[in-house]
Write a protein that binds this ligand. Sequence first.
Ligand code: NAI
Length: 414
Amino acid sequence: MAKNELLEKGVNRIEWAKTHMKVLGKIRERMVKEKVFEGLKVGMALHTEAKTAVLALTIQEAGAEVRLTSCNPLSTDDSVALALNEKYGLETYAKKGQSNKDYYNSLNKVLDIKPDYVIDDGADLIFLLHTKRKELLGKVKGANEETTTGIMRLRAMAQEGALKFPVMSVNDAYMKYLFDNRYGTGQSTMDGIMTATNLVLAGKNFVVAGYGWCGRGIAMRAKGMGADVTVCEVDAIRAIEAKLDGFAVMPMREAARHADMIVSATGCKDIVTAEDIKVMRDGCVLANSGHFDNEISKAALEKLSKKHRKVREMVEEYQLKNGRKVYLLADGRLVNLAAGQGHPVEIMDMSFAIQALCLEYLDFSAQTLEPDVYDVPDHLDDMVARIKLETMGIRIDRLSKGQQNYVRSWREGT
Ligand code: NAI
């Protein structure tokens, strides 16, 4: 595509997202008017596509100098990255299909701004700050982390005393994970799989590994599209929940035998291994929606295969030595972002409203917070929920005075 066409596409995508991100829009009005981020430098590593652009531009318009790159080598929308650089004056280093080396070069360029705050997704940027870019640690006052995997890494750092500044656990806000991880990942994972394969979901034996917030959403949407869903878990309570939600539950080794499609969303590694691949049926499709590309073993696929080749955009066919073929989508990286369009706009609207408010909260309170991982304050969750309801035109009841007294008292009973 010619550069001017790509630029126009990027601008249109950003404007489309902006139009439909009404919650962040309301918050932006105030933030821009009050220039709440005046004089700050903010480094961001988030999936570089249209919704992220709207968040980055909000922070920029509210007074900050912002640099952005992606948190995944395959999730960038190049049209958006171009538009940010050329039309909106926001330095962006992301490029779809970056090598590992270029990915880290881009993270380093973001840090070269000497940020006051960083916004991360998966904690690669924060990890870099604590290892090869330690000289910047004194300048950074705090960070926001977007996803489950990043929070897992950061909590481990905090526990070892290795974390050097406060981090807001954006992922753990209700207005983030209840909707983003569940409905966002649910819908966009189907979008990624269908775009990559053009195969029908109805009637398929569809296996979901992990019945957390993402896995629940994926299982729910696959069932809704007529697939026969099996769940694999290591957590006994979540396994029971999956069973009572109407899904078959069994270990991966058994599930792999009859699977037509397997999707991992655990945040753990080695979910689909050589032993599972050996028992798979011919034609099985493998995809991952967890943060890193270590859930499906690519090393095992290579080892068990005679050869492999690209058969469609984002589909790699592995011809196994046992004569069967299996297909890996999006190189085992987040299928919803690499092969699909990522989470729906209105879902990211809520997540990024929390992001913007957390940055403001951090700037207000970072000096008083010890290095640790912090929950998002309830009043920010509530604020985003109320603005969301308002934008949806939905009104809800309020507790009467009598009800307020009743729920706080212990005297009224049988
Ligand atoms: P979660 O913690 O709610 O759920 C993970 C589930 O996987 C848990 O129930 C856990 O017991 C299970 N699990 C862990 N190891 C397992 C194993 N070896 N075998 C089977 N099950 C196992 O986490 P959540 O929020 O669902 O996130 C999962 C992953 O998805 C994380 O890596 C997260 O960063 C990522 N994520 C991806 C998004 C996307 O756009 N694709 C959006 C949000 C999160």
